[in-house]
Structures are given as structure tokens and as C-alpha cells.
Design a binder for this molecule. Sequence first.
Ligand code: SF4
Length: 370
Amino acid sequence: SSMKTNVYRDPVLGKELIQAIKKQAKIFQEKNGRKVNLMEVCGTHTVSVSKAGLRDVFRDDIELISGPGCPVCVTSHEDIDYMIELAKQPEVIICTFGDMMRVPGSHSSLAEEKANGHDIRVLYSPLEALDIAEEQPDKKVIFLAVGFETTTPAIAATIDMAEKREIDNYYVFTVHKICPPVVELLFNDPKLKIDGLLLPGHVSAIVGRKALDFIATEFKVPSSIAGFEPLDVLAGMYDIIRMLNQGEAKVTNQYLRVVTEEGNKAALDMIAKYFEAASSNWRGIGSIEGSGLVLKPEYQKYDARNLYDITIPESSNTRGCRCGEVLSGHIKPTDCGHFGRSCTPVSPVGPCMVSYEGTCATYFKYERKV
Ligand code: SF4
């Protein structure tokens, strides 16, 4: 409700929290001789942090690093190119969410292919794809299944429904990702020194707090699950730096109104019924074992990868987009020569500038000093 929203945006409480965080950040800085490095793992937080002006508020106190949690952005060139080849097949209808349309592949995008006359449709709910499949039995309807644990249950539900409705011309092209393996990769990167993680509330609502405990037990890094209102984000940040200063490493839950210990069992069951972990390709990062979800062997008939013998022309990052380095926290968007010049939301060079939750788009919108 709007009442609730107001509580989580309370300016007085916000000011107090900001002072408390600054105090903790100073303690950290005095102890360690450098600023504390916090990573906001997910794109929704990247937007929240910038929109609330927190990068600016904490510019002397905290290094806020944006992470790999924008699903559209981490989709590899190869996968985008494959989607584009699928879209060119005459009997195919491609269904997708809006922000996939303008993501550049090596030579084209779905938006360009749509303009070329191919049947590509933007849906608000994946379930609509099933109606399209039923209405056009002579077509193959393919849903581009992009996303983290927040969207996977909805895609699994379409397969569940296709089974029940006996629809045999519906398929998914899955590039689903799961976060833990990439988090592990970031921690093992000697060039990064991440002191704490701000964990996304919506993914945590599905997987549950306990599933994230490995961050504390395996990597001894404190982290906090936070919602997306400014006060939620601040509460999470405070928790992390306080733990750091006290030599503690836990995964705290600052989003109790939504996130439970065990997560959403119905959603997790739905994922587990149809999907299993497999290696997956991340843009600019490469293949990471166990970081993707693919259809289980018994549901292969729904996998669009089995439909055609597609060989994609060699995929390449022809224009030197640095999304991979942005996504893995090695550079800021402003370090990329294209940023704000040859790459803008109107004419994006890479997916990080296309997606609403992309780090480059967020920096373009909120962090430019004009
Ligand atoms: Fe890629 Fe554009 Fe971001 Fe540079 S500014 S990394 S080209 S999306």
C-alpha cells in the first residue's frame, strides 16, 4: 500500500541510517586503509541505489560496485545470435519480454528481425504464448526463457500448462541463469576485493535465506538480503559494514516482510520439476559450470534447441562493448569509451545500455554529471 511505501521512504529515518552507515564506513576505512567495497549483485538494486542517489551520498565512504544480476545483460552473444536464427525460421513465432528486443547480437537484433518481417512478439505473461500456440497449430511458438530464479517458475509453469493442455507446438529457448556460481567466480577473482554483498530481495523470496548461507560459510563474506526501497537498501548496507567491523560473516535478512528462511516452496518445486542445472555462457565472462538451468531429459521435446540444425555465424563483439567487464565489476560504465557518446539508450551498443536494469543504462540515467 502507499502507506507502507511512505514508511520505507521516511526521510528522517533515512538520514539517521546514512549517518550510521558513514560512521561504520569510517571505522572500516581507518582499520583497513581503504574504502569498503560493496557489490549490489542484482540490476534492480543497481537501479534503486542510483535512483536514490546513494552512490553520490557515499562517494567518500563506500565503493559501490554493480554486479552481474541483469539477466538480459548476461545473455551471451552466441545465445542472442541463436535466437535471431530461430526467429528467421518461416514457421516460428518468437515470444519474449520487451527488453530482449533491442539487445544486439553479432550482426542484428530481434527488433531488426521483426522489422524484416519475422514474427516476434513481446508478451507480458509467458502464458500468453500457449494461447498463441493453440490458435496457430501450424506454427512453432518459442518463448525466449531469460531470467534468474524470479522468472524461471513462470516459465516452468508454461510447460506445466502445455502438458495439461496437450499443446505440442510450444517450446522454450532457455538461457536461464542461477547466481551462486557466478558469485563464487567473483570472490575467486584476485582483481576484485568484494567485502560484502547486497543480495536481491526478489530472488531471495524464491530461494529462501538459507540457500544463500554459503556466502558466509564458504567465503566468510557478510551479506544482507534487502528490498528495493531506499530504506531497505540502507538497512542492508548498514548490516554488512557493521558485520565487517565486528569480524562477523552472516547472511542477514532485512526483507522479512517478503523473504523467509526456506523460500517459496511451490515455485522451487515448479523449477525442480522441469529444470536442472547445466553450464551456461555469460556475456564477457564465458561458460560457468552449473550456472544455468536447462530442461530435464524427460522434457526435451519442449527444448527449442532440438528443433533445427542451426549453426550460427561466428559470434563476435564487433564494436568493443565492455559489458562483460561492467557485469563482473571490473570497470564502471563511465570507463567504457562508448558510454554516453556512441552508446546511449536510444542507440545502444551493448545489452547493459538496453535493459532497464542494465548498469550502463542506469548510470546514463542517474549518474552522469551534466
Ligand atoms: Fe557496452 Fe555501451 Fe556499456 Fe560500453 S557503455 S559497456 S558499449 S553497453
